[in-house]
Design a protein around this ligand. Structure first.
Ligand SMILES: NC(=O)c1ccc[n+]([C@@H]2O[C@H](COP(=O)([O-])OP(=O)(O)OC[C@H]3O[C@@H](n4cnc5c(N)ncnc54)[C@H](OP(=O)(O)O)[C@@H]3O)[C@@H](O)[C@H]2O)c1
Length: 320
């Protein structure tokens, strides 16, 4: 098969369309013919040599895909050759074929085409696992989503609205904030011009910035608030005022989806298929695709994401 490989850690030009050995499904795994994959910010880090795949995982980049079941490993039940699926991957998505633990497969939500479905697993599993499972966002509460115009942000806005909450977002331009408002965001904050902690008090914050926003995020929490850090775009080491946290009975959690064990991922994908896919089919949560590019042009997709201005997801289709 062909896959995008990294010639030497570095810039987008390091990504090459290369012939590599076909993967083979082991016990409990499924082989997929990939229809499309999608770009995640973590992919940029892996390309630069900073975000290694978990042990035993393909070193091909790619955390999600859609495709068709091509073969079943020993002991797999519930899926058949020919089924159209999407999948949460620990790696290997930028390829014509990928092997994935069967528990990480999900059906394609009814009403969504196979290529578009490639951009759903990572955002849906990230938002569900953090906002619902970890932070227990409830109806009537306020969620603050940093980076509302990104892949995760555009999904989080819609899911949180569907759950009956008030949604605040930060983004870097008036145009991007308008797009977030069109998706349902109630409160919009331009992080280049405003201090979000002066504009919003939130019960749950979904944070992509890490250290840079830590004290300000704690300041923006309501009593009993839950800060969930999922991205470290603003650094890893910050100062946490425990006094402020204590007086608010608040909590801080940091999570990673990629490094969770397969059994935990299977739990998340099952809940996403049960609770989120019906919302997608009903049109309450739409996949937001900025652009579909050929997988061979992965380098161009990485340049686009690095340049900023992508609203939602970049999808990479194996066949154009
Ligand atoms: N822990 C996990 O399991 C997990 C899973 C998925 C994603 N993530 C992380 O979650 C984050 C979002 O992922 P994504 O796929 O949505 O990435 P993305 O599409 O690349 O979006 C990144 C966002 O960061 C925003 N941003 C940049 N500087 C900011 C600032 N100072 N304040 C607020 N926002 C700022 C950008 O907003 P503007 O373009 O408007 O400037 C952009 O929307 C990334 O850091 C990613 O690595 C973590």
């Amino acid at each position: 098969m062909y896959a995008i490989t990294v010639r030497e850690a570095g810039g987008p030009e390091a990504l090459r369309w290369t012939e590599v050995a076909d993967p083979e499904p082991g016990p409990g795994e499924v082989l997929l013919d990939v229809a499309a994959t999608a770009v995640n910010r973590a992919d940029l880090l892996q390309r630069k040599g900073f975000y290694p795949p978990p042990a035993g995982t393909s070193d091909v980049i790619g955390l999600e895909c859609s495709g068709t079941v091509a073969a079943l490993g020993e002991g797999v039940t519930g899926w058949q050759v020919g089924d159209e699926v999407c999948a949460l991957l620990a790696g290997g998505g930028y390829a014509e074929k990928v092997v994935v633990p069967a528990g990480q497969l999900m059906p394609v939500p009814s009403g969504v085409d196979l290529v578009t479905a490639a951009g759903l697993p990572e955002v849906a599993c990230t938002v569900w696992s953090n906002v619902v499972r970890t932070a227990r966002l409830g109806a009537g509460e306020t969620l603050l989503v940093h980076g509302g115009a990104g892949g995760v942000g555009t999904h989080a806005i819609q899911l949180a609205k569907a759950l009956g909450t008030t949604v605040a977002v930060t983004a870097g331009s008036a145009e991007r904030l308008r797009q977030c408002a069109d998706l349902g965001a109630d409160i919009t904050v331009n992080y280049r011009e405003q201090r979000f902690e002066d504009e919003v008090k939130a019960d749950v914050i979904l944070d992509n910035m890490g250290a840079k926003y830590l004290p300000r995020n704690v300041a923006a929490l309501n009593r009993g608030g839950r800060l969930v850090v999922i991205g470290l775009q603003g650094g890893v080491t910050g100062e946490l005022n425990l006094g402020q946290l204590l007086s608010k009975n608040a909590s801080v959690t940091a999570t990673s989806l990629r490094y969770r064990p397969p059994a935990e991922k299977a739990l998340i994908t099952a809940e996403v298929a049960e609770h989120v896919w019906p919302l997608v089919t009903a049109g309450a949560v739409r996949p937001i695709t900025h652009q579909v590019l050929p997988l061979r042009d992965a380098a161009e997709a990485h340049r686009l994401l690095e340049a900023g201005g992508v609203f939602g997801k970049l999808v990479l289709a194996v066949r154009s």
